[in-house]
Design a protein around this ligand. Structure first.
Ligand code: BV8
Length: 233
């Protein structure tokens, strides 16, 4: 594709599916095992903090047993070889983009490997369980929560994302159902700004009709193919 100088990419759970991480809405996915209200809302955390901390401990622990897949590595190649501006926004809280070689990743819904202290409001890199209420590395208070964005909470760096969406030439959505806002609305922002919009997903998402172009299949095949095409092989 000629004339592409700016790209914004949004990824969702589907890009990590082939690495063996549960998506949210596929059969047997994360939300089938738990009620969203119980494990991914501030109210759920207030009601039963140990249930929520345990839910995220299991997911953080699972990360050590999985590897990035060709889709993550293709986006790292794009970051290294694309001469224009690239913003990679992910809804995922896993670290597979980083482990796949991407160095600039915007985690709009936070990260499993980060802890937020409710006492001092500081964030710390975190790779251990949290259900036993360990002390905050900064203030020592036993007040850590997962540094992830729950339903009803404001996603991170929204200003930066919207600024990029209004100036981008190309918006690519990879492996997301388009079920959760504000991420699900990004395609419309990009379209209104005149960008070409491309969806790479296993099947049509809820927002498929907003995209100029949709390709359906596993990210592990579609993303390397698309990156090859964009970079000229
Ligand atoms: C906010 C982090 C406001 C935690 C997550 C009514 C209408 C519209 C909106 C709302 C509404 N009621 C409430 C809202 C707002 C709400 C929302 O959108 N609710 C939905 C359910 C209607 N949104 C929020 O609350 C957001 N905050 O609005 O704040 C505000 C304003 C001012 C001040 C304060 C606040 C916050 C939402 C963030 C929630 N956190 N995750 C955690 O991970 O535990 S959400 C979680 O689900 C993910 O992060 C992701 O964002 C979201 C969707 O998941 P996907 O990534 O899309 O995964 P999914 O399983 O759904 O789909 C996978 C896709 O991959 C599928 O399409 C599948 O086909 C495909 N796939 C599968 N395998 C492959 C594949 N594709 C390619 N290859 C494969 N191999």
């Amino acid at each position: 594709m000629t004339g592409i100088n700016r790209i914004v990419i949004l990824t969702g759970a589907g890009i990590s599916a082939e690495s063996g991480i549960d998506t949210f809405r596929s059969a047997g996915g994360l939300w089938e095992q738990h009620r969203v209200e119980d494990v991914a809302t501030p109210e759920g955390f207030a009601r039963d903090p140990d249930l929520v901390l345990g839910f995220y401990d299991i997911r953080r622990e699972a990360l050590a047993k999985v590897e990035p897949n060709p889709a993550h590595r293709a986006l790292a190649r794009l970051e290294a070889e694309f001469a224009g501006e690239l913003l990679l926004v992910t809804q995922n809280v896993d670290d597979l983009h980083e482990r796949g070689g991407s160095s600039r990743v915007l985690h709009m819904h936070g990260e499993l490997k980060s802890a937020l202290c409710l006492a001092c409001d500081m964030r710390s890199a975190w790779d251990a369980p949290m259900a036993h209420h360990p002390p905050c590395p900064v203030c020592r208070s036993p007040s850590l929560r997962p540094d992830v964005v729950w339903f009803g909470e404001m996603p991170y760096q929204m200003e930066r994302i919207y600024t990029a969406l209004t100036a981008t030439d190309l918006f690519v959505s990879i492996g997301t159902s388009g079920a959760v806002y504000p991420a699900a609305g990004f395609v419309q922002e990009a379209r209104m700004a005149g960008a070409h919009t491309l969806e790479l997903n296993l099947e049509p998402s809820e927002g498929s009709h907003f995209f100029t172009e949709s390709r359906h299949g596993p990210a592990g095949r579609l993303v390397p193919e698309w990156v090859d095409e964009l970079l000229g092989g």
